[in-house]
Design a protein around this ligand. Sequence first.
Ligand code: FAD
Length: 800
Amino acid sequence: MGMAFLWAVTAGYAFQQTALIGMLPVLALHLELPPGQIGLAIGAGLIVSAALAPLLVGFMTRRRLYLTLALLILTSLALVGLLLAPQPVGAAFVILLAIRCVQGKAAAVILAITQGASVATARPVAALAGGAAEAGSGPGIGGGADRAFDPFVYRIADDRHGNRCRGQCIPPDARDAGRAVRNPARPVPALAVSPGLALSGAGRGRLGSVGTWNAACTKPPTGRGRNYRRPVPCSRLSCAAGRASPADRARHAHRPGRCDLGHGAVVAGAVAAAIAAGRRHGCRGGGLGPDDRAASGAGHAIETGPGASECRLARLGPACGPWRRCWRRLACLAAWCICALPDGRCAGPDRPADLPEISMTRYDLLGIGIGPFNLSLAALADAVPGLRCRFVERRPRFAWHPGLMIRGAMMQTSFLKDLVTPVQPTSRWSFTNYLVESGRFFDFMASRQGSASRAEFADYMGWAAHGLDSTVFGDHIESVSHDGQGFTIAAASGRTWHSRAISIGNGLQPNLPDFAQPGPDWLHASRWLDRKITLAGRRIVVIGGGQSGAEIVLDLLSLPDRPARIIWISRRSSYWTLQDGAFIDQFFAPDYVAAWRQQSAPARHAVLAEQKYASDGITQATADAIYQALYEHRRQGRRDVLLRPGREVRAIRRRGARQLIESRVEGSETPEYCEADLIVRATGYRQTFPDFLQPLAGRMQHQPDGALTLNESYRVIWDGPQDTPIYAMNHGRRSHGIADPQISLAAWRSAVILNDLTGQTLFNVHPGGGTEPMIDWPGRQVASQPEQCTIATAMRRSAP
Ligand SMILES: Cc1cc2nc3c(=O)[nH]c(=O)nc-3n(C[C@H](O)[C@H](O)[C@H](O)COP(=O)(O)OP(=O)(O)OC[C@H]3O[C@@H](n4cnc5c(N)ncnc54)[C@H](O)[C@@H]3O)c2cc1C
């Protein structure tokens, strides 16, 4: 009976702990909360439970404990059900809280029993004072508990027998000193219950934590009146703490592999560590990270760093559906936890013998940041046999300007200008293939959209980003160094990669002009949807007359909770729309880039300035929608929206809770003022020199604003060896023109880079194929036969 009870309690606890650990990645996905927060909440819950444990000691009867156990299992099942069933986040949260309250209480009771035994007795399990005389005489959790339980097989150590094992390994000479109790044949249960906690039977009517159990280093007696004890692995910690005899240390120190810390705090620690590890391993969000996939598929692991290389999961098989992925995530976390024993090694005896070999792979290319540009490179590189690439992104999942993913926002570029199609239309990572795979091809075509919505395009890119094997999420690159042979790329997690070439794709930074000193009542447009500020009844000023400012104004106009006033200030003389048309589109074609690059620096500069609104205006659709909404406002008699173009903001002054904005009207020195409760700075983005490149800063050419200087093939000009190139995305407005920050030429640029990296013509980067271009742009290499080189000639030829 006692054993059955012990097993039941243990199994219940194990179940609860497993659910707790296992639910983390699912929770992170489901509630879209940062896992750090979830870990913190659960860790805090566990600490509170542990702290409450002593209070519960003494009130327990076996009956209550059974009930508690049943409750625990039921709530854990409910929790699993909740996590797997789709429902609104709010409802999920409330139900989750309710379940956790009940479950937490039940867990605390169990904890009270398991931990209370050791705490209250203040002595280890170990040495078994045998005999009926001792049975029942050991110190207990409390009178109530003692009376309530059947005598267990083992009893708590008794000082009288000289086996003082308070947290220490039993000396060798004491091993045979104890006396046996009953049931010589019965083995001792010592079950690893969770990565950081184990339970084992101990004492009469009590359970002891494994910390004390293992500290005893004995196997309990197996027969009343007989002396029988056999050493079991000593607690690595207690041995390491210096309290073990040298002999024991020698004997046990090489027996790691048991999770024998045995305290709630350790569980909390393990949970937090598991989250961190999950993030490192890409176990969170989009399923297993590529490293795990690589480990399971290709048979080798690739990077170095704590916990990274040794704890691979080799045998998880390919993901083939949400269920499988879910299990893979759980398994990944669990495996990490097992590996996260104090010595940081995979537990010797528990480690599968057939884990893949670990090797230090040197990549051909490592991309930093996974925005559309590096993603395009990753998608094209995917089809290049033998090319070893890694792309590392700090976000846990792919996201494309999430703070500005305003409902209804449309792409400014055709969906055919996706990650791959312009240079490799047969790639599986095309937008059309995404539509086909998601079963929406015909519906999309029937919608007659000229371009996709930004949300759908972001979803497409996420589909590619998480489908590619070369991507790693949730790790922030902190530094890049060069050892003469190649690059060492170090991430915040401690992982490092080695690569022959790197590709900088970390994007632009929010531009905050001098007048924009940070304050509580302002936000940059890039965080528009992340705002936690109430807008209803407040005076809101949007600064910036580009697309972001326009989208935010449109969003404000459609809010059900109206702001008291909306003012839209723009330095531009009007709310300029994008220049559009076939000839404008030519600016975003390879031939134009090639011609533009041949012009003199002043000519290039002048052309760039002239082209501003070909890339930086408001889309016609957005401008029209704003105008129509404003018209409707005025028709209803509302005068709470003010448009102020041609104003340059000079200063923002704080007046109590309000902000006073000073601006100058174009062509006048008279200042103009307006008050705001909230300022939105839609002031664009700027180039910066990436922090992680600081170790190499002195060796590369860059502009005063931090933009890296590029050659024709998007190589950064630096003094390193030519066979270890640095490529940079979104740094080439000066060197490659107006198209550089746009998606239009992203695939083409990736093709240029891959050709350059491999020294082969993998992709045709001359789409014209050497035929006469339609337009003879200034700067184009003039052919010898003048009649073939003029636009007039070309037009004459194409005329009917
Ligand atoms: C709201 C908006 C809409 C746009 N719409 C269009 C459009 O329709 N058509 C068009 O052609 N262009 C558009 N653009 C312009 C351009 O296409 C985008 O800015 C594009 O996202 C640029 O891609 P990127 O890869 O350079 O950078 P980003 O998309 O900014 O991605 C950079 C990534 O690098 C990561 N990162 C940064 N530092 C590190 C680090 N140290 N370690 C790891 N990861 C790091 C970031 O987390 C980020 O995910 C738009 C821009 C904006 C702001």
